[in-house]
Write a protein of this length. Structure first.
Length: 200
């Protein structure tokens, strides 16, 4: 199994560590590669789009030619896992909690609407235990840093977790999205879920 991480910004090495740990726990041999250039998209079985600053990630991906090719690959069925800014990148509709409409390069592949900076700025970051039934009874520690929120879903999107009725994790076919940072915990269950999506 060959999993890529879009590696312009954010928790790149944390995701790499967690993917290796999850592959090991599942008994799957695989490699994790950092994707910055077009040729590194070849022969991937899945892609992780980490947190960071979504506008910056989008602009760099667009400049390198990665954005449009990655968009096509995901539309054609390449499994994708977005966290925080990665979820913003995957959304078909994006607004900002302060400025409203935004004009930024997006992948626009998942039937979700996202509001950036939903809870406020850095000082409004928080942690909370989440109930994600798909992962079992044990709570998952959600780490929210300048987090967005999924405010609307349509088509066949399944919400996986909520905080006070606001969706913070969702799945659609081969796509997984969280508004928090699972790579900053020691809990590999969401990364294992993504690997199992790849295996389908």
């Amino acid at each position: 199994m060959k999993i890529g991480i879009l590696a312009y910004q954010g928790g790149v090495y944390e995701h790499k560590y967690m993917l290796h740990k999850a592959l090991s726990k599942l008994g799957i041999s695989g490699e994790v590669i950092l994707v910055k250039k077009l040729h590194q998209l070849r022969n991937l079985d899945g892609i992780v789009i980490p947190g960071g600053e979504s506008t910056t990630i989008g602009k760099i991906a667009e400049k390198t030619g990665v954005l449009s090719i990655l968009r096509d690959l995901i539309k054609e069925g390449l499994p994708a896992f977005g966290t925080c800014a990665g979820t913003i990148m995957m959304a078909k509709k994006v607004r900002d909690s302060v400025v409203g409409s935004v004009h930024q390069p997006l992948l626009g592949v998942m039937d979700i609407e996202v509001i950036r900076n939903y809870y406020g700025r850095q000082r409004e970051s928080f942690e909370i235990d989440l109930q994600i039934l798909k992962l079992g009874k044990k709570p998952f520690r959600g780490i929210f840093i300048r987090a967005p929120a999924i405010t609307n879903v349509w088509s066949d999107v399944s919400p996986l977790a909520k905080v006070e009725e606001v969706i913070v994790a969702a799945e659609q076919k081969h796509m997984l999205a969280t508004t928090f940072h699972p790579e900053l915990t020691s809990d590999t269950r969401l990364h294992e879920l993504f690997i199992n999506i790849i295996k389908r």
